[in-house]
Design a protein around this ligand. Structure first.
Ligand code: COA
Length: 428
Protein backbone atom coordinates (compact mmCIF):
# COMPACT_ATOMS: atom_id res chain seq x y z
CA UNK A 1 0.00 0.00 0.00
CA UNK A 2 1.70 3.21 -1.08
CA UNK A 3 -0.72 5.65 0.53
CA UNK A 4 -2.41 5.66 3.89
CA UNK A 5 -6.17 5.33 3.78
CA UNK A 6 -6.84 8.40 5.97
CA UNK A 7 -5.21 10.73 3.45
CA UNK A 8 -6.49 9.14 0.26
CA UNK A 9 -8.04 12.00 -1.75
CA UNK A 10 -11.70 12.06 -2.74
CA UNK A 11 -12.40 9.91 -5.73
CA UNK A 12 -12.57 12.09 -8.85
CA UNK A 13 -15.37 10.20 -10.53
CA UNK A 14 -17.52 10.48 -7.41
CA UNK A 15 -16.74 14.17 -7.10
CA UNK A 16 -17.94 14.72 -10.68
CA UNK A 17 -21.10 12.68 -10.13
CA UNK A 18 -21.93 14.69 -7.03
CA UNK A 19 -21.14 17.95 -8.80
CA UNK A 20 -23.48 16.99 -11.65
CA UNK A 21 -26.22 16.76 -9.01
CA UNK A 22 -25.43 20.34 -7.89
CA UNK A 23 -23.65 19.18 -4.74
CA UNK A 24 -20.09 19.01 -3.40
CA UNK A 25 -18.06 16.02 -2.22
CA UNK A 26 -15.33 16.62 0.38
CA UNK A 27 -13.23 14.89 2.99
CA UNK A 28 -13.98 16.13 6.49
CA UNK A 29 -11.12 17.43 8.59
CA UNK A 30 -11.83 15.48 11.76
CA UNK A 31 -9.65 17.86 13.79
CA UNK A 32 -12.09 20.68 12.95
CA UNK A 33 -14.63 20.23 15.74
CA UNK A 34 -17.40 22.31 14.13
CA UNK A 35 -17.17 20.60 10.77
CA UNK A 36 -16.94 17.14 12.38
CA UNK A 37 -19.86 17.82 14.73
CA UNK A 38 -22.03 18.70 11.73
CA UNK A 39 -21.05 15.44 10.07
CA UNK A 40 -21.76 13.44 13.26
CA UNK A 41 -25.17 15.10 13.66
CA UNK A 42 -26.03 14.25 10.04
CA UNK A 43 -24.94 10.64 10.66
CA UNK A 44 -27.15 10.32 13.79
CA UNK A 45 -30.09 11.90 11.94
CA UNK A 46 -29.54 9.56 8.98
CA UNK A 47 -30.19 6.55 11.22
CA UNK A 48 -33.12 8.28 12.96
CA UNK A 49 -31.11 8.57 16.17
CA UNK A 50 -31.59 11.20 18.84
CA UNK A 51 -29.74 14.51 18.54
CA UNK A 52 -26.29 13.93 20.07
CA UNK A 53 -25.53 15.87 23.25
CA UNK A 54 -22.29 17.85 23.69
CA UNK A 55 -20.79 14.88 25.61
CA UNK A 56 -21.79 12.42 22.89
CA UNK A 57 -20.34 14.67 20.19
CA UNK A 58 -17.10 14.99 22.10
CA UNK A 59 -16.84 11.25 22.66
CA UNK A 60 -17.72 10.48 19.02
CA UNK A 61 -15.13 12.97 17.77
CA UNK A 62 -12.48 11.20 19.83
CA UNK A 63 -13.55 7.77 18.71
CA UNK A 64 -14.10 8.40 15.00
CA UNK A 65 -11.21 10.78 14.29
CA UNK A 66 -9.06 8.11 12.64
CA UNK A 67 -11.58 7.14 10.03
CA UNK A 68 -11.51 8.52 6.51
CA UNK A 69 -14.58 10.72 6.73
CA UNK A 70 -16.43 11.92 3.65
CA UNK A 71 -19.36 14.29 3.29
CA UNK A 72 -21.64 15.57 0.57
CA UNK A 73 -22.67 19.21 1.00
CA UNK A 74 -25.49 21.17 -0.55
CA UNK A 75 -23.92 24.62 -0.63
CA UNK A 76 -27.27 26.22 -1.55
CA UNK A 77 -28.93 24.93 1.61
CA UNK A 78 -29.31 27.24 4.62
CA UNK A 79 -27.44 24.76 6.85
CA UNK A 80 -23.78 23.82 6.52
CA UNK A 81 -24.37 20.25 7.65
CA UNK A 82 -23.79 17.43 5.16
CA UNK A 83 -26.60 15.82 3.20
CA UNK A 84 -24.56 12.65 2.75
CA UNK A 85 -22.04 10.85 4.97
CA UNK A 86 -19.72 7.85 4.87
CA UNK A 87 -16.57 6.79 6.67
CA UNK A 88 -14.06 4.02 6.18
CA UNK A 89 -10.93 2.49 7.66
CA UNK A 90 -8.77 -0.60 7.31
CA UNK A 91 -9.99 -3.45 9.54
CA UNK A 92 -8.33 -6.85 9.89
CA UNK A 93 -10.88 -9.49 8.91
CA UNK A 94 -10.22 -13.03 10.15
CA UNK A 95 -10.50 -15.41 7.20
CA UNK A 96 -10.58 -19.23 7.28
CA UNK A 97 -7.19 -20.46 8.45
CA UNK A 98 -6.74 -17.51 10.80
CA UNK A 99 -5.03 -14.85 8.66
CA UNK A 100 -6.29 -11.34 9.45
CA UNK A 101 -6.75 -9.75 6.05
CA UNK A 102 -6.76 -5.96 5.60
CA UNK A 103 -10.27 -5.03 4.55
CA UNK A 104 -11.89 -1.73 3.66
CA UNK A 105 -14.55 -1.30 6.35
CA UNK A 106 -17.36 1.10 5.42
CA UNK A 107 -19.81 2.65 7.86
CA UNK A 108 -22.13 5.61 8.44
CA UNK A 109 -23.61 5.55 4.94
CA UNK A 110 -26.44 8.06 5.17
CA UNK A 111 -28.21 10.38 2.79
CA UNK A 112 -30.55 13.00 4.15
CA UNK A 113 -34.22 12.23 3.46
CA UNK A 114 -34.34 15.69 1.83
CA UNK A 115 -31.86 14.49 -0.83
CA UNK A 116 -32.66 10.80 -1.21
CA UNK A 117 -32.64 8.86 -4.48
CA UNK A 118 -30.57 11.32 -6.46
CA UNK A 119 -27.57 9.03 -6.72
CA UNK A 120 -25.63 10.32 -3.68
CA UNK A 121 -25.16 6.86 -2.15
CA UNK A 122 -24.15 5.54 -5.55
CA UNK A 123 -21.43 8.19 -5.82
CA UNK A 124 -20.24 7.57 -2.25
CA UNK A 125 -20.10 3.76 -2.53
CA UNK A 126 -18.43 3.83 -5.94
CA UNK A 127 -15.85 6.21 -4.50
CA UNK A 128 -15.16 3.96 -1.52
CA UNK A 129 -14.63 0.91 -3.72
CA UNK A 130 -12.43 2.70 -6.24
CA UNK A 131 -10.31 4.18 -3.43
CA UNK A 132 -9.90 0.82 -1.71
CA UNK A 133 -9.01 -0.81 -5.02
CA UNK A 134 -6.50 1.92 -5.82
CA UNK A 135 -4.84 1.36 -2.45
CA UNK A 136 -4.60 -2.38 -3.09
CA UNK A 137 -7.07 -3.47 -0.41
CA UNK A 138 -8.42 -6.86 -1.54
CA UNK A 139 -11.96 -6.58 -0.21
CA UNK A 140 -14.52 -4.25 1.32
CA UNK A 141 -16.86 -5.12 4.19
CA UNK A 142 -19.88 -3.64 5.89
CA UNK A 143 -22.87 -4.43 8.10
CA UNK A 144 -26.19 -3.22 6.80
CA UNK A 145 -29.39 -1.56 7.96
CA UNK A 146 -31.33 -3.14 5.08
CA UNK A 147 -30.36 -6.18 3.06
CA UNK A 148 -31.65 -4.76 -0.25
CA UNK A 149 -29.10 -2.00 -0.68
CA UNK A 150 -25.58 -3.31 -1.29
CA UNK A 151 -25.91 -6.23 -3.72
CA UNK A 152 -25.85 -3.71 -6.58
CA UNK A 153 -22.26 -2.80 -5.64
CA UNK A 154 -21.11 -6.42 -5.59
CA UNK A 155 -21.44 -7.10 -1.86
CA UNK A 156 -22.80 -10.49 -0.81
CA UNK A 157 -23.93 -11.62 2.66
CA UNK A 158 -21.04 -13.70 4.02
CA UNK A 159 -21.99 -14.32 7.66
CA UNK A 160 -25.34 -14.87 9.27
CA UNK A 161 -26.11 -14.15 12.89
CA UNK A 162 -28.74 -15.45 15.25
CA UNK A 163 -30.83 -13.84 17.93
CA UNK A 164 -31.24 -16.32 20.79
CA UNK A 165 -33.94 -16.31 23.45
CA UNK A 166 -33.72 -18.62 26.41
CA UNK A 167 -36.69 -19.29 28.68
CA UNK A 168 -34.73 -19.67 31.88
CA UNK A 169 -37.75 -20.78 33.90
CA UNK A 170 -38.00 -23.76 31.56
CA UNK A 171 -34.43 -24.91 31.06
CA UNK A 172 -31.88 -26.40 33.44
CA UNK A 173 -28.13 -26.27 32.95
CA UNK A 174 -26.89 -29.36 31.10
CA UNK A 175 -23.46 -28.13 30.07
CA UNK A 176 -21.42 -30.02 32.64
CA UNK A 177 -19.17 -28.69 35.35
CA UNK A 178 -17.91 -25.14 35.10
CA UNK A 179 -14.89 -23.74 36.85
CA UNK A 180 -12.78 -20.62 36.91
CA UNK A 181 -13.84 -17.41 38.57
CA UNK A 182 -16.66 -15.01 37.71
CA UNK A 183 -16.64 -11.50 39.10
CA UNK A 184 -18.42 -8.22 38.57
CA UNK A 185 -16.17 -5.48 37.33
CA UNK A 186 -16.43 -1.95 35.96
CA UNK A 187 -15.70 -0.92 32.34
CA UNK A 188 -12.96 1.52 33.40
CA UNK A 189 -11.15 -1.08 35.50
CA UNK A 190 -11.53 -3.84 32.92
CA UNK A 191 -10.93 -1.87 29.69
CA UNK A 192 -7.37 -2.91 28.94
CA UNK A 193 -7.94 -6.55 29.80
CA UNK A 194 -11.24 -6.53 27.93
CA UNK A 195 -9.60 -5.14 24.79
CA UNK A 196 -7.07 -7.99 24.86
CA UNK A 197 -9.78 -10.61 25.41
CA UNK A 198 -11.83 -9.18 22.55
CA UNK A 199 -8.87 -9.09 20.23
CA UNK A 200 -8.04 -12.73 20.95
CA UNK A 201 -11.67 -13.76 20.46
CA UNK A 202 -11.96 -11.80 17.20
CA UNK A 203 -8.69 -13.19 15.84
CA UNK A 204 -9.84 -16.76 16.42
CA UNK A 205 -13.05 -16.83 14.41
CA UNK A 206 -13.45 -16.26 10.65
CA UNK A 207 -15.83 -13.38 9.99
CA UNK A 208 -14.81 -11.37 13.06
CA UNK A 209 -12.86 -8.13 12.64
CA UNK A 210 -10.16 -6.51 14.73
CA UNK A 211 -11.92 -3.74 16.61
CA UNK A 212 -10.90 -0.12 16.95
CA UNK A 213 -11.02 1.10 20.57
CA UNK A 214 -14.42 2.68 19.90
CA UNK A 215 -15.96 -0.53 18.57
CA UNK A 216 -14.42 -2.55 21.39
CA UNK A 217 -15.23 -0.20 24.24
CA UNK A 218 -18.93 -0.14 23.50
CA UNK A 219 -18.94 -3.92 23.91
CA UNK A 220 -17.28 -3.66 27.31
CA UNK A 221 -19.25 -0.74 28.70
CA UNK A 222 -21.88 1.75 27.65
CA UNK A 223 -20.85 4.79 25.65
CA UNK A 224 -22.24 8.21 26.48
CA UNK A 225 -25.84 8.55 25.40
CA UNK A 226 -26.58 4.79 25.71
CA UNK A 227 -30.01 3.83 26.99
CA UNK A 228 -30.10 3.24 30.76
CA UNK A 229 -26.34 3.09 31.42
CA UNK A 230 -27.20 2.54 35.11
CA UNK A 231 -28.64 -0.88 34.21
CA UNK A 232 -25.44 -2.01 32.55
CA UNK A 233 -23.45 -4.85 34.17
CA UNK A 234 -20.07 -6.35 33.34
CA UNK A 235 -18.88 -9.77 34.51
CA UNK A 236 -15.45 -11.17 33.75
CA UNK A 237 -14.34 -14.78 33.60
CA UNK A 238 -10.85 -15.82 34.64
CA UNK A 239 -9.51 -19.35 34.28
CA UNK A 240 -8.56 -21.43 37.35
CA UNK A 241 -4.97 -20.24 36.79
CA UNK A 242 -6.12 -16.62 36.68
CA UNK A 243 -5.99 -15.94 32.94
CA UNK A 244 -8.67 -13.55 31.64
CA UNK A 245 -10.61 -15.59 29.07
CA UNK A 246 -13.93 -13.85 28.63
CA UNK A 247 -16.58 -11.42 29.74
CA UNK A 248 -20.23 -10.67 29.33
CA UNK A 249 -21.77 -7.20 29.35
CA UNK A 250 -25.52 -7.08 29.78
CA UNK A 251 -28.48 -5.07 30.99
CA UNK A 252 -31.34 -6.17 33.23
CA UNK A 253 -34.81 -5.09 32.19
CA UNK A 254 -37.46 -4.99 34.89
CA UNK A 255 -40.93 -6.54 34.62
CA UNK A 256 -44.12 -5.97 36.67
CA UNK A 257 -43.58 -9.46 38.04
CA UNK A 258 -40.33 -9.16 40.00
CA UNK A 259 -39.21 -12.73 39.25
CA UNK A 260 -39.41 -12.07 35.52
CA UNK A 261 -36.55 -9.73 34.69
CA UNK A 262 -35.03 -10.04 31.22
CA UNK A 263 -31.29 -10.18 30.67
CA UNK A 264 -30.29 -8.46 27.44
CA UNK A 265 -26.78 -9.46 26.47
CA UNK A 266 -24.77 -6.59 25.02
CA UNK A 267 -21.75 -8.73 24.26
CA UNK A 268 -20.31 -12.08 25.27
CA UNK A 269 -16.66 -12.74 24.46
CA UNK A 270 -14.91 -16.01 25.20
CA UNK A 271 -11.51 -17.22 24.11
CA UNK A 272 -12.02 -20.76 25.46
CA UNK A 273 -14.90 -23.22 25.69
CA UNK A 274 -14.54 -23.14 29.47
CA UNK A 275 -15.16 -19.39 29.47
CA UNK A 276 -18.10 -19.72 27.07
CA UNK A 277 -19.72 -22.40 29.26
CA UNK A 278 -19.19 -20.50 32.51
CA UNK A 279 -20.57 -17.25 31.12
CA UNK A 280 -23.67 -18.87 29.62
CA UNK A 281 -24.29 -20.74 32.87
CA UNK A 282 -23.99 -17.50 34.81
CA UNK A 283 -26.60 -15.86 32.56
CA UNK A 284 -29.02 -18.78 32.48
CA UNK A 285 -29.02 -19.41 36.24
CA UNK A 286 -29.52 -15.83 37.41
CA UNK A 287 -32.30 -15.49 39.95
CA UNK A 288 -35.33 -13.23 39.36
CA UNK A 289 -34.87 -13.66 35.60
CA UNK A 290 -37.17 -15.46 33.18
CA UNK A 291 -35.58 -14.71 29.84
CA UNK A 292 -32.09 -14.20 28.41
CA UNK A 293 -31.85 -12.54 24.99
CA UNK A 294 -28.68 -12.32 22.94
CA UNK A 295 -28.14 -10.90 19.47
CA UNK A 296 -25.40 -11.33 16.84
CA UNK A 297 -24.48 -14.76 18.17
CA UNK A 298 -23.42 -17.54 15.85
CA UNK A 299 -25.97 -19.71 14.12
CA UNK A 300 -23.94 -22.53 15.73
CA UNK A 301 -24.13 -21.18 19.30
CA UNK A 302 -23.94 -24.29 21.52
CA UNK A 303 -26.95 -23.25 23.65
CA UNK A 304 -29.20 -26.18 22.65
CA UNK A 305 -26.56 -28.53 24.00
CA UNK A 306 -26.07 -26.53 27.18
CA UNK A 307 -29.66 -26.79 28.41
CA UNK A 308 -31.85 -29.70 29.47
CA UNK A 309 -34.83 -28.71 27.32
CA UNK A 310 -33.53 -27.54 24.01
CA UNK A 311 -36.82 -25.99 22.91
CA UNK A 312 -36.32 -23.58 25.78
CA UNK A 313 -33.31 -22.11 23.95
CA UNK A 314 -34.63 -20.96 20.61
CA UNK A 315 -33.33 -18.97 17.69
CA UNK A 316 -35.74 -16.04 17.44
CA UNK A 317 -34.33 -14.87 14.11
CA UNK A 318 -31.44 -15.39 11.75
CA UNK A 319 -30.26 -12.62 9.51
CA UNK A 320 -27.49 -11.66 7.14
CA UNK A 321 -24.79 -9.79 8.98
CA UNK A 322 -21.34 -9.19 7.46
CA UNK A 323 -21.36 -8.35 3.74
CA UNK A 324 -18.19 -8.92 1.69
CA UNK A 325 -17.20 -7.26 -1.59
CA UNK A 326 -14.17 -8.84 -3.20
CA UNK A 327 -12.00 -6.37 -5.12
CA UNK A 328 -8.94 -8.52 -5.81
CA UNK A 329 -9.79 -12.17 -6.44
CA UNK A 330 -6.25 -13.68 -6.33
CA UNK A 331 -5.33 -11.76 -3.14
CA UNK A 332 -8.57 -12.70 -1.37
CA UNK A 333 -8.59 -16.36 -2.40
CA UNK A 334 -4.94 -16.98 -1.54
CA UNK A 335 -5.26 -15.31 1.89
CA UNK A 336 -7.66 -17.94 3.26
CA UNK A 337 -7.09 -21.63 3.88
CA UNK A 338 -9.26 -24.49 2.62
CA UNK A 339 -10.32 -27.67 4.39
CA UNK A 340 -10.15 -29.84 1.26
CA UNK A 341 -7.88 -29.81 -1.75
CA UNK A 342 -9.14 -29.35 -5.30
CA UNK A 343 -9.04 -27.29 -8.44
CA UNK A 344 -11.66 -25.07 -10.05
CA UNK A 345 -11.83 -22.54 -12.85
CA UNK A 346 -14.03 -19.68 -11.69
CA UNK A 347 -15.54 -17.16 -14.09
CA UNK A 348 -16.29 -14.10 -12.00
CA UNK A 349 -18.56 -11.40 -13.38
CA UNK A 350 -18.48 -7.90 -11.95
CA UNK A 351 -20.56 -4.99 -13.27
CA UNK A 352 -18.07 -2.55 -11.73
CA UNK A 353 -15.10 -4.32 -13.27
CA UNK A 354 -12.78 -4.70 -10.25
CA UNK A 355 -12.92 -8.46 -9.87
CA UNK A 356 -14.09 -9.64 -13.29
CA UNK A 357 -12.03 -12.40 -14.85
CA UNK A 358 -11.45 -16.11 -15.17
CA UNK A 359 -9.29 -17.64 -12.48
CA UNK A 360 -7.86 -21.09 -11.86
CA UNK A 361 -7.94 -21.82 -8.14
CA UNK A 362 -5.70 -24.71 -7.09
CA UNK A 363 -5.71 -25.86 -3.48
CA UNK A 364 -2.93 -28.12 -2.24
CA UNK A 365 -2.59 -29.04 1.42
CA UNK A 366 -5.15 -26.34 2.19
CA UNK A 367 -3.18 -23.50 0.56
CA UNK A 368 -4.34 -21.83 -2.65
CA UNK A 369 -2.65 -20.56 -5.75
CA UNK A 370 -4.65 -18.49 -8.24
CA UNK A 371 -3.79 -17.71 -11.83
CA UNK A 372 -5.71 -16.09 -14.65
CA UNK A 373 -6.77 -18.51 -17.37
CA UNK A 374 -8.82 -18.72 -20.54
CA UNK A 375 -9.82 -22.35 -19.91
CA UNK A 376 -13.50 -23.28 -19.79
CA UNK A 377 -15.00 -22.40 -16.40
CA UNK A 378 -16.25 -24.98 -13.90
CA UNK A 379 -18.29 -22.34 -12.12
CA UNK A 380 -19.64 -18.95 -13.22
CA UNK A 381 -20.75 -16.50 -10.59
CA UNK A 382 -21.18 -12.78 -9.92
CA UNK A 383 -18.71 -11.23 -7.49
CA UNK A 384 -21.48 -10.87 -4.86
CA UNK A 385 -21.90 -14.67 -4.78
CA UNK A 386 -18.13 -15.13 -4.45
CA UNK A 387 -18.27 -12.76 -1.46
CA UNK A 388 -21.08 -14.83 0.03
CA UNK A 389 -19.13 -18.10 -0.07
CA UNK A 390 -15.73 -16.56 0.69
CA UNK A 391 -15.71 -16.95 4.47
CA UNK A 392 -17.04 -20.53 4.40
CA UNK A 393 -20.73 -20.08 5.14
CA UNK A 394 -23.07 -22.77 3.78
CA UNK A 395 -24.71 -20.65 1.07
CA UNK A 396 -23.43 -21.92 -2.29
CA UNK A 397 -26.18 -24.46 -2.89
CA UNK A 398 -28.95 -21.94 -2.14
CA UNK A 399 -27.36 -19.41 -4.50
CA UNK A 400 -27.16 -22.11 -7.18
CA UNK A 401 -30.86 -22.91 -6.77
CA UNK A 402 -31.53 -19.19 -7.22
CA UNK A 403 -29.42 -19.11 -10.39
CA UNK A 404 -26.71 -16.92 -8.88
CA UNK A 405 -24.06 -19.64 -9.17
CA UNK A 406 -23.86 -21.76 -12.32
CA UNK A 407 -21.85 -24.89 -13.00
CA UNK A 408 -20.30 -27.37 -10.59
CA UNK A 409 -21.73 -25.97 -7.36
CA UNK A 410 -20.92 -29.18 -5.45
CA UNK A 411 -17.22 -28.70 -6.18
CA UNK A 412 -17.37 -25.03 -5.24
CA UNK A 413 -19.22 -25.84 -2.02
CA UNK A 414 -16.77 -28.60 -1.10
CA UNK A 415 -13.82 -26.26 -1.56
CA UNK A 416 -15.13 -23.10 0.12
CA UNK A 417 -17.38 -24.26 2.97
CA UNK A 418 -15.86 -24.61 6.43
CA UNK A 419 -16.88 -26.91 9.28
CA UNK A 420 -17.28 -23.95 11.64
CA UNK A 421 -19.49 -21.27 10.07
CA UNK A 422 -18.06 -17.76 10.03
CA UNK A 423 -19.51 -15.29 12.50
CA UNK A 424 -19.36 -11.58 13.18
CA UNK A 425 -20.54 -10.89 16.72
CA UNK A 426 -20.82 -7.11 16.56
CA UNK A 427 -21.96 -4.24 14.34
CA UNK A 428 -19.77 -1.62 12.76
C1 COA B 1 -29.64 3.91 1.91
C2 COA B 1 -29.40 5.34 1.53
C3 COA B 1 -27.99 5.74 1.96
C4 COA B 1 -29.53 5.45 0.01
O1 COA B 1 -29.14 6.75 -0.40
P1 COA B 1 -29.65 7.41 -1.79
O2 COA B 1 -28.73 8.52 -2.09
O3 COA B 1 -31.09 7.68 -1.71
O4 COA B 1 -29.39 6.22 -2.82
P2 COA B 1 -29.12 6.38 -4.41
O5 COA B 1 -30.03 7.44 -4.95
O6 COA B 1 -27.68 6.57 -4.66
O7 COA B 1 -29.58 4.97 -4.92
C5 COA B 1 -28.74 4.06 -5.62
C6 COA B 1 -29.53 2.81 -5.91
O8 COA B 1 -29.84 2.15 -4.68
C7 COA B 1 -31.26 2.00 -4.56
N1 COA B 1 -31.59 2.18 -3.14
C8 COA B 1 -31.10 3.13 -2.33
N2 COA B 1 -31.58 2.97 -1.11
C9 COA B 1 -32.38 1.90 -1.14
C10 COA B 1 -33.15 1.25 -0.17
N3 COA B 1 -33.21 1.69 1.08
N4 COA B 1 -33.84 0.16 -0.54
C11 COA B 1 -33.79 -0.29 -1.81
N5 COA B 1 -33.05 0.29 -2.78
C12 COA B 1 -32.37 1.38 -2.44
C13 COA B 1 -31.85 3.09 -5.41
O9 COA B 1 -33.17 2.81 -5.77
C14 COA B 1 -30.89 3.08 -6.57
O10 COA B 1 -31.20 1.94 -7.33
P3 COA B 1 -30.80 1.70 -8.87
O11 COA B 1 -29.43 1.11 -8.84
O12 COA B 1 -31.82 0.75 -9.37
O13 COA B 1 -30.86 3.07 -9.52
C15 COA B 1 -30.43 6.28 2.18
O14 COA B 1 -31.72 5.85 1.84
C16 COA B 1 -30.33 6.35 3.70
O15 COA B 1 -29.63 7.20 4.23
N6 COA B 1 -31.07 5.49 4.41
C17 COA B 1 -31.09 5.54 5.88
C18 COA B 1 -29.76 5.17 6.50
C19 COA B 1 -29.32 3.79 6.05
O16 COA B 1 -30.06 2.83 6.18
N7 COA B 1 -28.10 3.70 5.51
C20 COA B 1 -27.51 2.46 5.10
C21 COA B 1 -26.61 2.06 6.20
S1 COA B 1 -26.01 0.43 6.03
Amino acid sequence: MNQSYENAPVDEQSAHEVEDAGLRLALVDTSDADAFDGWIRADFRGFHGGAPSKEVLEESRGHLADRRTTAVYDDDAPTAEPVGTVNSWIAPLTVPGGVRLDSWAISSVTVSPTHRRRGIARALLGGELRTAHRLGVPLAILTVSESVIYGRWGFGPATFSAEWRVDTKRVRWAGGATGGRLSFTEPDAYRETGLAVLDAAMAARPGEIGLSPYLAERLIGPLKGSDHPDRFRLVRYDSPSGDPEGFVSFALKAHDDFVRHTVEVNHLAATTDAALRALWRFLLEMDLVSEVRAWTRGVDEPLPALVSDLRGAAVASVQDHLWVRILDVPAALTARRYERDGELVLDVTDDLGFAAGRYRLTVTDGAATVSETSDAPDVTLPVASLGSVYLGHDFARALAVAGRIEGDVAALDALFRTAVPPRLSTWF
